[in-house]
Design a protein around this ligand. Structure first.
Ligand code: NAD
Length: 480
């Protein structure tokens, strides 16, 4: 069986413990590969390799660092088919989605930060003709990057590309649930000529390998994307050591449909925002708020379109949805649906595990699920489910829509459908979210700041903000 090995100091190797974890194919429920089960010893080795490589990488001319990152991007594109298939098998997402989004975006992340670093300048100014001040942005040294399972290579590369571009070396821990494409990327990095020790990838459990990375006394910077509970645990461990921390966490995003919307667009986009990637995107709109005057019409159209979605083999083009990522996650989603029923919710569509046949019979498939009749205060409308499950609620006016939208501890993104420009500005102004889309969803521009407010996170990724996060600022004042 294929073994997913650590990549430390340019070498693929087992964990020091020699232990492996099972890696499942969610579409069949079968173990199909083994993952290095790393611990603090592996993190310590990775740190040493990264520390040794730092000076050379930091002093590598920007043009050359950028060229290597561009070469990685090019090789990702050349290996699109293989990487997309690997992502689909490892995660359960439709192959067409991995081909259209995950893998091209991973290549774009490297391209974007490879070119970005050539355009990033620092500031200098005269102070009253008596001094010159110039400000430097210096890499920290070894930084830690921890990523989740929902968009595995896409979010892994979103962290490591800017960290490497500014001259840091990296110890990264991908999710143990979806480690395959990070492993394949290490082979690409080798091929692209990334010097050994510049990127070190340590696989294994969050509580063991991830925790050791966070607690490593010499790693001063942690960039984390994952659940809010994990983020809180990591923050509590970093705070006493004053580590710099970026947290991209969960969401309970509202999708607000006003009665002056383009109706067809609102329905079609809401279906995508609800069920893309089996609803396992932090930006999915999981609470759909609809103006009372069009609630019944919207409900009927939304249920009808969602009912037409095909849940099936992720490798088949005809599958709109594939499998959810793991057995545990499937049971969590189904438990949330049961809870919604106990809270008095009415299931308008789905709500069950889908049992497919043949080789897919033990796969983790969940029907697209729509629930109505719940108060915004209930757990279903307050806790992140992170699956193909959405709720519908109605509102009477703009103020009530905003109040409902803001009434959660999260604040990652929000989507508004209205053809009234003034309303779009007014509502955007009042929504508590880091990212707002009007008449669209998940339209991304890598230059824009990405991140949430409240318990959806701290800090912003994207554009030069990522370079700022991965560097420390030093001012030099010279008397003239
Ligand atoms: P998770 O928090 O369980 O795990 C994320 C990563 O952290 C994994 O690599 C895991 O191994 C590691 N980890 C777990 N415990 C750790 C610990 N104690 N110390 C160090 N590392 C630890 O999250 P997940 O289930 O993989 O991902 C789903 C969550 O991620 C959802 O809540 C989703 O909203 C969120 N997410 C947020 C964004 C964003 O940009 N805001 C993007 C994608 C996913």
């Amino acid at each position: 069986m294929q073994k997913i090995l650590n990549y430390i100091d340019g070498k693929h190797q087992q964990a020091v413990s020699g232990q492996f974890l099972d890696n499942y194919n969610p579409s069949t429920g079968e173990v199909y590969s083994l993952i290095a089960d790393s611990d603090a010893q592996d993190i310590a080795h990775a740190y040493k390799a990264a520390e040794k490589a730092f000076k050379g990488w930091k002093n590598t001319p920007t043009e050359k660092r950028a060229a290597i990152l561009l070469k990685i991007a090019q090789l990702i594109k050349e290996n699109l088919e293989e990487l997309a298939k690997a992502e689909s098998i490892d995660n359960g997402k439709p192959l067409w989605l991995a081909k259209a989004v995950d893998i091209p975006r991973a290549a774009s992340n490297f391209e974007f930060y490879a070119s970005g670093i050539k355009h990033w300048a620092s500031n200098a100014h005269f102070t009253d003709q008596i001094a010159i001040n110039y400000t430097k942005h210096e890499p920290y040294g070894v930084v830690g990057c921890i990523s989740p399972w929902n968009l595995p290579l896409y979010l892994f590369s979103w962290k490591i590309a800017p960290a490497l571009a500014v001259g840091n070396t990296v110890v990264a821990k991908p999710s143990e649930v979806t480690p395959m494409t990070a492993y394949l990327l290490t082979k690409i990095c080798d091929q692209a000529g990334l010097p050994k020790g510049v990127l070190n990838v340590v696989h294994g459990l969050g509580q063991k390998a991830g925790n050791a990375l966070v607690e490593h006394p010499k790693i001063e910077v942690i960039s984390f994307t994952g659940g809010t509970k994990t983020g809180a645990e990591i923050a509590s461990k970093c705070a006493p050591h004053f580590k710099k921390l970026s947290l991209e966490l969960g969401g309970k995003n509202p999708n607000i449909i006003f009665d002056d919307c383009d109706f067809e667009k609102a329905v079609d986009t809401s279906v995508k925002a609800s069920f893309s990637n089996q609803g396992q995107i932090c930006l999915c709109g999981s609470r759909i708020l609809v103006h009372a005057s069009i609630y019944e019409k919207f409900k009927a159209a939304f249920v009808e379109k969602s009912n037409a979605l095909n849940v099936g083999d992720p490798l088949e083009k005809s599958s709109n949805l594939g499998a959810v990522v793991s057995k545990e996650h499937m049971h969590k989603i189904l438990a949330c649906v049961e809870q919604a029923k106990q809270e008095g919710g009415t299931i308008l569509l789905g709500g069950k595990r889908l049992n497919l046949s043949g080789k897919l019979k033990d796969g983790y498939y969940v029907e697209p699920t729509i629930i109505e009749g719940l108060d915004n205060n209930c757990k279903t409308n307050q806790e992140e489910i992170f699956g193909p499950v959405v709720t519908l609620q109605s509102f009477e006016d703009e103020d009530q829509a905003i109040a409902l939208a803001n009434d959660t501890r999260y604040g990652l993104s929000a989507t508004i459908f209205t053809e009234n420009l003034s309303r779009a500005h007014r509502v955007s102004n009042k929504l508590q979210a880091g990212l707002i889309w009007v008449n669209t969803w998940l339209l991304r521009d890598l230059r824009t700041p990405f991140g949430g407010v409240k318990q959806s996170g701290i800090g912003r990724e994207g554009g030069f903000k990522a370079f700022k996060f991965f560097t420390q600022t030093k001012n030099v004042c010279i008397k003239v």
